[in-house]
Design a protein around this ligand. Structure first.
Ligand SMILES: Nc1ncnc2c1ncn2[C@@H]1O[C@H](COP(=O)(O)OP(=O)(O)O)[C@@H](O)[C@H]1O
Ligand SMILES: [Mg+2]
Length: 181
């Protein structure tokens, strides 16, 4: 079993919000590895960072993503930093992976009101967010099969755009199949 689409992107790119809407559009289930981690650990992601440290969180995340990729057939949102793991990037190969891109200003605006994002809790959220985007952009692009810029779109329109791109991609695959490619 393989997810219909795996959604990746930086914090605030809309993985949870858009992922859920996309699942509704496609008539499939939605799963979010951040929620899986909270369930497994029995505490919030902030608490895991504080109590156990980021390496422990990343190890738990790696395992959680592997399980979800194997089990879930619907839309799967994967935690923003999960792609930092080389093993996870390897596991994403061959999947339909949607990268939700967002610029710094909009990303900071969307994450600004949240205290539940430990990586952005520092003294200068703008600089922190910019550093995170710069470091991760090539990695998101490496794992993604589809990229959508979300800065100017409301979540419902992002979901619609993804569905269209997935249909195009499916059409191309079907055409290749017909030609015996
Ligand atoms: N395309 C969008 N336009 C405006 N606001 C958005 C968009 N996508 C997400 N948001 C808002 O930004 C915040 C973070 O979205 P969320 O789905 O939690 O991001 P992620 O799961 O990628 O961290 C939420 O308040 C959400 O409603
Ligand atoms: Mg999320």
């Amino acid at each position: 079993m393989s997810p219909r689409a795996v959604v990746v992107g930086p914090p605030g790119s809309g993985k949870s919000t858009v992922g859920r809407l996309l699942a509704e559009r496609l008539g499939v289930g939605f799963r979010d590895t951040d929620d899986d981690i909270v369930k497994r650990a029995g505490k919030s992601i902030s608490e895991i960072f504080t109590d156990d440290g980021e390496p422990a969180f990343r190890a738990l995340e790696e395992e959680t993503v592997a399980v979800a990729l194997a089990e879930h057939a619907g839309v799967l949102a994967v935690g923003g930093g999960a792609v930092l793991s080389e093993r996870t990037r390897g596991r994403l190969a061959g999947h339909t992976v949607v990268f939700l891109n967002v610029g710094m200003a909009e990303g900071v605006r969307r994450t600004g009101v949240s205290s539940a994002r430990p990586l952005l809790a520092g003294v200068n959220p703008r600089a922190t967010y910019k550093a995170l985007l710069d470091a991760r952009l090539p990695i998101y692009r490496e794992v993604a099969t589809v990229e959508i810029g979300t800065d100017e779109l409301i979540p419902a329109d992002v979901a619609a755009a993804i569905e269209e791109r997935l249909r195009e991609a499916g059409g191309v695959e079907a055409a290749q199949h017909e030609r015996g490619a």
